[in-house]
Design a protein around this ligand. Sequence first.
Ligand SMILES: Cc1cc2nc3c(=O)[nH]c(=O)nc-3n(C[C@H](O)[C@H](O)[C@H](O)COP(=O)(O)O)c2cc1C
Length: 198
Amino acid sequence: MPEAPLPLAPALTTLLGRASVPPRLLHAPGPGPQALSLAVAAALRAPDHGGLKPWRFVCIEGEARARLGELLAERLLARAPETPEARLDLERTKPLRAPLLVAAGAALRHDHPKIPAWEQEATAAAGIMNFLNALDAQGFGGCWLSSAALRDPMVKQALGFAPDDALLGWIYVGTPNADRPRPTRPSPDAYFRHWSPA
Ligand SMILES: Cc1cc2nc3c(=O)[nH]c(=O)nc-3n(C[C@H](O)[C@H](O)[C@H](O)COP(=O)(O)O)c2cc1C
């Protein structure tokens, strides 16, 4: 007999419905201090081998977004002096696409005798996913994007990261358009299996 469908706990409903919201569909208001604090608290629930607490979330709002945009354009030009003006303009305006931009990263202990840097990055990345889910649960939308600037030492320094820390993503956050997409997902069946020893 097939299993009866289980009633879904609210947390699971959130997890099963989450989808990224592209920055162009994110608007004001962004999360206030309480919503943001809850999202970070959720991030800190990620598994953390050795309790190294690598999570770092740097929130960039208001005028600071334009200042970051200037820095991003400046650094792009420094890395690639031939960059056309239109591309520099795009870089300059990227942080303005959502009310809140979060530079999410990992403070890494490279000298740890037991826990390699990749595990610490995995902890930070798992935290970012919890952060996104917690924002979604509170009615906000988010999108995790990357760019070459994440690896730029001057960008990292300006945001308060050490040179050998990992800046893992730009998280754009805001209130989603009512018609934001929630694309369907593949059936889970193809993504797990039970192992039978030979
Ligand atoms: C580490 C990381 C970096 C990403 N960088 C980009 C990016 O630069 N550009 C992009 O279009 N999507 C990027 N994505 C994917 C988006 O965050 C998102 O997952 C994708 O648009 C699909 O949406 P979904 O989350 O609803 O599946 C990245 C995802 C991760 C985890």
